[in-house]
Ligand binder design. Structure first.
Ligand SMILES: Nc1ncnc2c1ncn2[C@@H]1O[C@H](COP(=O)(O)OP(=O)(O)OP(=O)(O)O)[C@@H](O)[C@H]1O
Ligand code: SF4
Ligand SMILES: [Mg+2]
Length: 328
């Protein structure tokens, strides 16, 4: 059976006055029905642009310059806007960091939700309203009737994000792309939303791409992790394995800098140096200037190489599989 989503050698570049920023430079991954993929990496590594590319939401000066995005057998790159128009919001939904990217400030929640349902489905107002109620209950807003009559500004930040998630769920999408949706929320609400989404994926078969810079948050949620650096995936595999035995020096650096749990009292280390500008990337391995394992070999460009059927890494000198780090 084909995977739900298969991204192959995706290239999304920004043609700026100062040069071409290859925000996504040869990204490939697959996602099965019901699977949760955590897309992690530092700021500027290309996580959001990857998500926006799938939904065809990259604006000039950016554009997809190559690769394939197969969603349930349809190539979204070749199909362009006509192919995406039928899928966006219906079979593929996006949850943004700022819920106001989804919500209209001047419309009541019931109006927005009913319009969303009826944009893709020929159902009565009453049926659309029933679906809106159901979606609100699903994200823990209960009883929903009073809430439906409110405007976005009458909600707290956490509630607004729940409503935005409810809107994403209205069509029972096959894929949700969530771009740091809980970053602005306090930890209790963040944990509630994470657990609700996890239950939803497990029960409804919805696949989820969870974009975040926070390895600790995603480690409890994702089945698989893809770690991005400078527009590329540098390590990919089952979450528990990547966290316990990171093979790429960058992934290891990320994990060593998580101040949590069993690491309490242990020395925290930071990855040296800064995220490089995409306009001034080094030749060869893009992580070389920051890498404690770098040598002359790394002046060539490493490829993402499978280590097992489940894991791959882009590094000439990956850490040994036997080297286990403390769990974050
Ligand atoms: N509108 C734009 N114009 C020019 N370059 C852009 C634009 N949007 C993104 N980029 C380039 O793409 C890179 C990746 O951006 P992206 O938003 O995907 O990063 P990210 O990994 O989501 O980071 P963050 O954690 O900060 O959200 C940026 O560093 C920048 O170089
Ligand atoms: S290829 Fe070399 S520089 Fe790049 S991550 Fe591996 S060891 Fe470090
Ligand atoms: Mg981002």
């Amino acid at each position: 059976m084909n995977p739900l989503l298969q991204v192959t050698d995706l290239q999304t570049h920004f043609f700026t006055r100062d040069g071409v920023a290859k925000a996504v430079d040869g990204v490939s991954f697959t996602l099965e029905k019901g699977q949760v993929l955590g897309l992690v990496g530092e700021s500027g590594s290309g996580k959001s642009v990857t998500g926006f590319s799938i939904l065809g939401l990259v604006d000039p000066p950016g554009r997809i310059t190559g690769g394939q995005i197969l969603f349930d057998g349809t190539d979204l790159v070749a199909g362009g806007e006509p192919a995406l128009r039928h899928l966006r919001g219906k079979r593929i939904a996006m949850i943004f960091q700022d819920p106001m990217m989804t919500l209209n400030p001047v419309l009541r929640i019931d109006t927005q939700m009913v319009e969303t349902v009826r944009a893709h489905e020929d159902v009565s107002h009453a049926e659309a309203l029933r679906r809106a109620r159901e979606a609100l209950v699903q994200v823990g807003i209960s009883p929903p009737d009073e809430r439906l009559k409110s405007y976005p500004h009458q909600f707290s930040g956490g509630m607004r994000q729940r409503v935005a998630i409810a809107i994403a769920l209205l069509h029972k999408p096959d894929l949700i792309i969530a771009d740091e949706p809980t970053t602005a929320l306090d930890v209790t609400i963040q944990a509630q939303i994470l657990s609700e989404l996890q239950t939803l994926c497990a029960t409804s078969g919805t696949a989820l791409i969870w974009i975040t810079h926070d390895l600790a948050v995603v480690s409890g949620l994702a089945d698989r992790l893809a770690v991005m650096y400078a527009g590329r995936i540098i390590e990919e595999g089952p979450t528990a394995e990547v966290i316990a035995r990171p093979r790429h020096p960058y992934t290891r650096g990320l994990i060593d800098s998580v101040p949590r749990g069993k690491r309490h009292g242990a020395m925290l280390t930071q990855i040296k140096g800064m995220t490089p500008s995409l306009l001034k990337l080094p030749k060869g391995c893009k992580f070389m200037p920051r890498c404690p394992r770098a040598d002359r070999v790394c002046e060539a460009e490493p490829s993402l190489v499978p280590l097992t059927s489940e894991r791959s890494v882009r590094c000439f000198h990956p850490h040994d599989d036997a080297e286990e780090v403390l769990q974050p």
